[in-house]
Ligand binder design. Structure first.
Ligand code: CU
Length: 411
């Protein structure tokens, strides 16, 4: 009997330790929530790098990177006509001080062109100390958030040291953390109290049914008293007057102001690189094997460059599948989720200059499941998308956007 209990306890302990070992699911915070076809075929991030991972409160860091806007944009996802590049943080732990798209500063949302490549840079300043998982991401209007690769940042120091001072038009330096706070609180409370008082004035009396019956009995004159009319008139005149007076006072005190911007920034994609079209990749077939958790792509590669090229990586939804036959390249701190099993090719020989080669590349890894990408076979839009990176011996890179309908295989 005792040994049986011991056995159960041992099994329970084992289960618990296994649960704690699998900390990856615990740390996730919604980056896998979107449907796989949105994560694979909208914003395709690459080369995302952070200038620092450990820094102090008040210190500025930057995140730079590129993204390709998929040509094969899903039909059910609204086109990226209004998209906002942002940084996902657990609360206001950083502030954003600068933001660039293709080297141009931008404040507002931007229209992105499918098929285009963009590079971005966001400058951030440490605000609250701690250990946080941070992602760049795109807010796509009516579609949702497409996360970029995440990274752990450590902000050190004391939250009380944080300063956020800016110089305004009249030369005065203000503290952005507290500027106008009491004024904002005053007006919110003031209008809240006025509105509540007006409501209570009417609500304290018998309401709908009693008043309706009086109305039916022809006593509508008695429903509204002389006092009611007086207060209503006072409010009707007083409220617009108060608004106008405070508006005049504000414009006198601050003659030069810039209104909140609501326009759309127009930034064109990067000019197509000179090597575009030199190495062409056409996807002929895509199969996903459910039991093997493997995606097989049959591709036709046309090498019109002067050097032999080889496949380096297939990347989709921030998961990187690297060619097993090659040493793992140093990707800095961009920390894409690295598929352990990597990418295997039907032929390891490079594609010679002038050659056209059809080959099968297989990305087999449990990540299809843990990154929740295998749901693709159950989606109404089961097309796969991603970026295929090719390079020659000098390191010159050719990037192709891959897309194809997926044929699920259950054996
Ligand atoms: Cu994260």
């Amino acid at each position: 009997m005792k040994s049986r209990i011991n056995k159960y306890l041992l099994a329970l302990g084992l289960m618990l330790s296994l649960l704690t070992l699998n900390s990856q699911t615990v740390m996730a915070h919604g980056e896998k929530a979107l449907e796989p076809f949105i994560r694979m075929r909208t914003i395709q991030w690459y080369d995302v790098q952070w200038s620092k991972q450990k820094f102090n409160v008040n210190e500025e860091i930057s995140v730079t990177g590129k993204f390709h806007v998929a040509e094969d944009w899903p039909i059910s996802v609204p086109k990226p006509e209004a998209s906002f590049l942002n940084i996902s943080t657990p609360g206001p732990v950083l502030i954003r001080t600068e933001r660039y798209l293709n080297g141009k500063p931008f404040m507002n949302s931007v229209a992105l062109q499918p098929g285009g490549d963009y590079d971005f840079k966001v400058v951030l300043k440490g605000r609250l100390p701690g250990h946080y998982h941070i992602h760049p991401f795109f807010n796509l209007k009516d579609a949702g958030q497409v996360m970029g690769p995440g990274i752990w940042l450590d902000i050190e120091g004391d939250a009380a040291d944080f300063t956020n001072d800016v110089k305004i038009i009249n030369g005065e330096t203000i503290n952005m953390e507290t500027y106008g706070l009491s004024n904002g609180i005053f007006w919110h409370v003031f209008w809240g109290l006025l509105a509540t008082a007006w409501l209570l004035w009417w609500v304290r009396r018998p309401l709908f049914i009693a008043r309706y019956r009086m109305l039916q009995a022809g006593l509508d004159d008695e429903l509204i008293t002389h006092k009611d009319r007086l207060i209503a008139k006072a409010l009707m005149v007083g409220v617009p007057l108060l608004v106008y007076a405070s508006y005049v006072m504000t414009t006198r005190q601050y003659p030069n102001t810039i209104p909140l911007q609501a326009s759309m920034d127009q930034i064109l994609p990067l000019p197509a690189e000179v090597n575009a079209g030199v190495v062409n990749v056409e996807t002929l077939k895509a199969e996903y094997s459910v039991p093997k958790r493997a995606l097989s792509l049959t591709v036709k590669i046309n090498n019109n460059s002067e050097k032999p090229v080889h496949i380096v990586e297939f990347s989709t939804a921030n998961v990187g599948f690297y060619n097993k036959a090659l040493p793992l390249p140093d990707s800095g701190n961009s920390e894409p989720v690295l598929a352990v099993e990597g990418l295997s090719l039907s032929t390891i020989e490079a594609i010679k200059p002038g050659e056209e080669k059809t080959m099968t590349i297989t990305a087999e890894d449990a990540f299809w499941e843990t990154e929740k990408l295998d749901g693709l076979t159950r989606d109404a839009d089961s097309r796969v998308g991603g970026l295929l990176f090719l390079a020659d011996d000098t390191g010159k890179r050719y990037i192709s956007s891959i897309s194809a309908a997926i044929i699920p295989k259950f054996n």
